[in-house]
Design a protein around this ligand. Structure first.
Ligand code: C2E
Ligand code: CA
Ligand code: CA
Ligand code: CA
Length: 283
């Protein structure tokens, strides 16, 4: 808070200033961090609501910073977006996650391959190398395109014209799934869904949170029911995020959601945990 009177040029908010310095420092450190291999990926399982079996995993990037410790993506993805470093960083995440998924698929041949979900930021969507890079990563790893799902936020696609959608359409035609992430947080124009090359809706965590109350708000339930039936009529699968309790999982299953992700099943973690979960499934 600004001190009353006195020196008018005093720093208004020392904490905000410190945060800005950290942001600045983190931004400057990003390129070398990528070179030095300071990023790593945690995987969070996606589970079939019907029988609880593992459907796949979402790759979530973290930065093991030499001074600040492990930083979550909310701390550095926006900075990487602003500087353009998100393009090489995103490419690294894709390559690493696909390599991991290929490793899983070698071990688990029955029941189809484990799916891998990778987040794409708006800057990556606009980068001209997206399709070629993705094809390259898939070909080099040997992972089938159908095992990859790219998550794009609703807001990144709002108002996107055909040119902007073209790379996603090309990837979808190759068999890569495109998911609309954080669905329901933007100005979802439901009619607009039809024209997007998406095959999965990821319902934002805010819907799941609304279901935590007992009994859940009947209007919330109606909304989710409506979204699910619309999605299914457009042949989209519905994934729900942020499932933290058995009650939520049950409710969402009854509402017809297909797959789920959340702390109730597992927190994001090291890749061998996914391996263990799938093995446990197989017996
Ligand atoms: P997101 O794509 O919506 O990912 C889901 C976030 O919800 C993750 O946060 C996950 O840890 C968290 N989460 C999962 N289950 C639960 C739950 O049951 N309860 C609660 N409260 N939270 C849960 P995280 O890992 O901090 O990632 C935050 C965001 O950073 C992601 O949101 C995504 O937008 C972005 N992100 C992560 N990795 C990447 C990446 O490789 N590239 C890009 N462009 N963005 C990424
Ligand atoms: Ca996501
Ligand atoms: Ca999400
Ligand atoms: Ca989210």
């Amino acid at each position: 808070a600004k001190s009353a009177g006195g020196n008018r040029f005093e720093i208004a908010d020392p904490e905000a200033d410190a945060r800005a310095i950290t942001r600045h420092g983190l931004t400057n450190a990003l390129p070398a961090a990528l070179d030095r291999g300071e990023f790593f990926i945690e995987y969070q399982p996606l589970v079939h609501l019907g029988d609880g079996s593992v459907h796949g995993a979402e790759a979530l990037v973290r930065w093991c910073h030499p001074q600040h410790g492990v930083l979550g993506p909310d701390r550095f993805i926006p900075l990487a977006e602003r500087t353009g470093l998100i393009v090489p960083l995103g490419r690294w995440v894709l390559q690493e996650a696909v390599r991991q998924a290929r490793f899983w698929s070698r071990r688990h041949t029955d029941g189809g391959p484990l799916r891998i979900n990778v987040n794409l930021s708006p800057a990556q969507l606009q980068h001209p190398g997206l399709v070629a890079d993705t094809v390259d990563v898939l070909e080099r790893s040997g992972l089938e395109p159908g095992a990859l799902c790219l998550e794009v936020t609703e807001s990144a696609l709002i108002g996107a014209d055909e040119d902007r959608l073209k790379p996603l359409r090309q990837l979808a035609e190759m068999g890569v799934d495109i998911a609309l992430d954080d669905f329901g947080t933007g100005y979802s124009n439901l009619a607009n869904l039809r024209r997007l090359p998406v095959s999965v809706l990821k319902l934002d965590r805010s819907f799941t949170q609304g279901m935590q109350r007992h009994p859940a708000d009947p209007v919330d339930l109606k909304i989710v029911e409506g979204i699910v039936s619309l999605a299914h009529s457009l042949e989209l699968a519905v994934t729900v995020e942020g499932v933290e309790t058995a009650a939520q999982a049950e409710q969402l299953r009854e509402l017809g959601c297909d797959t789920a992700q959340g702390w109730y099943y597992a927190r994001p973690g090291a890749p061998d945990r996914i391996h263990t979960l799938v093995l446990a499934d197989a017996v």
